[in-house]
Design a protein around this ligand. Structure first.
Ligand SMILES: Nc1ncnc2c1ncn2[C@@H]1O[C@H](COP(=O)(O)OS(=O)(=O)O)[C@@H](OP(=O)(O)O)[C@H]1O
Length: 396
């Protein structure tokens, strides 16, 4: 067809000057359209090359270098969409609906994602949003292949935000709470919450309450028995205090930590029905998961090491997920003011970023005797947990 068109143009050239001009104009027009098409493909990659050089340098993207693979490659190179309406809700939650003294069961407390985004000063401009939607246009929504299932106050937000830096990970920012609270909504509802991914990219979410939800293992198994599970664990005593601190920040008139910890202060009997205490009995909850998933499918991340050596823990997580180790110590710096490691460049940004003010709160002083009593309480459970996981987390 193009050949006959050319013949017609040649014929026209030999016929009259007017037709000759018309033919030339036609050819010019075709050239312009072609140039414009090429430029859209090239120019759109430029901003992200400037923002995030390591992605561009990574020549191992599995995306095809064909015309049809252009969208694939583009989506990896462009800052991935992380909508600012994508809210985190790091809720307080009961161990299960029967947990007796859980203040959070009456009123959910939320540490919202705005915290993270506000701290980054990173509301997206309309231009960025447009670019993001463009890059987000390709791919499809998939059910997660890996889930951070716990534990609450373990450092789950830090882990997810750090993982999002990886170009082969796409994660939903909000906690879907699908396998505990929203299961009746069905898998299609759940899938719809997920970001679009391309072939080879991993979809993730985090909902720390799954770890202590009795029904969660069976439900995740029925979605996919191949789901990779990640648990961020932290010294159960500090975790309990952190949990209490979060509730206290929203409900300043709750009883003291001490009075909630003990069933009987004189005998020193611990109240295991209080969710802040119960969540830390990791061995018991893990048992529930091992009824459905083999140990090799569960990765335990140390919440303490996530702070002292984020790159080391991230290295283990990337290996577990079968990903190239792209997130390294080059991505982190220790922020003295925050007192925590922060990202030199968060996903889709060129500025340094720390987690928001609800992460890394100052804990109230707890009487050393109470702390000691809790340590004694957790010790046998911790030992069991070390045995089950084959890893000593050093909490004693
Ligand atoms: N890099 C970095 N920055 C800030 N905070 C960090 C970081 N790494 C781990 N942590 C610890 O994460 C604790 C909150 O844990 P989670 O994100 O799992 O909490 S939640 O269950 O989602 O509410 C939070 O607990 P608190 O210190 O008690 O606030 C932090 O100690």
């Amino acid at each position: 067809m193009e050949y006959s068109l050319l013949c017609q143009h040649l014929h026209a050239l030999s016929v009259s000057p007017a037709r000759k001009k018309l033919a030339l104009f036609g050819i010019m027009l075709l050239l312009w359209v072609y140039l414009l098409y090429s430029c859209v493909g090239y120019c759109a990659t430029v901003p992200s090359l400037l923002v995030d050089g390591h992605r561009a340098r990574d020549a191992d993207f599995p995306g095809k270098r064909t015309e049809s693979g252009r969208a694939d490659l583009m989506s990896r190179l462009l800052p991935r969409a992380q909508s600012w309406v994508d809210l985190e809700s790091d809720d307080d939650e009961a161990v299960d609906s029967t947990a007796a003294r859980d203040f959070s069961t009456t009123e959910a407390e939320t540490d919202r994602a705005e915290d993270w985004y506000d701290a980054r000063g990173e509301r997206r401009s309309p231009e960025q949003s447009a670019l993001s939607s463009f890059s987000n246009g390709s791919g499809s929504k998939r059910l997660p292949q890996a889930i951070i299932i716990g534990v609450k106050k373990g450092g789950t937000r830090a882990l997810l935000e750090f993982l999002r830096v990886h170009p082969d990970i796409r994660a939903v920012g909000a906690e879907p709470h699908f396998f505990d609270r929203n299961y009746d909504n069905g898998l299609d509802w759940y899938r719809e919450l997920m970001p679009k991914t391309l072939e080879g990219q991993i979809t993730m979410e985090k909902t720390p309450s799954y770890f202590v939800t009795r029904e969660a293992p069976a439900r995740i198994y029925s979605m996919s028995r191949a789901t990779k599970l990640i648990v961020v664990v932290r010294d159960p005593v500090t975790r309990a205090i952190s949990d209490y601190t979060q509730t206290l920040s929203k409900k300043p008139d709750i009883p003291t930590f001490e009075s909630l910890t003990f069933k009987n202060r004189t005998t020193g009997l611990i109240d295991t029905s209080w969710s802040a205490v119960q969540i830390g009995i990791y061995a018991k909850h893990l048992d529930n998961w091992l009824q459905f998933f083999p140990m090799r499918q569960i990765l335990f991340v140390s919440g303490e090491r996530l702070i002292s050596d984020p790159a080391g823990e991230l290295g283990r997580v990337q290996d577990f997920l079968g990903l190239k180790r792209i997130i390294t110590d080059k991505h982190f710096y220790f922020n003295q003011t925050k007192g925590f490691p922060c990202l030199k460049k968060a996903e889709g940004s060129s500025k340094p970023h720390c987690l928001g003010k609800t992460k890394g709160r100052t804990h109230p002083n707890i009487h050393p005797e109470v702390v000691q009593r809790l340590r004694d309480f957790y010790r046998p459970f911790n030992m069991k947990f070390y045995q089950m996981t084959g890893h000593n987390f050093g909490w004693d």
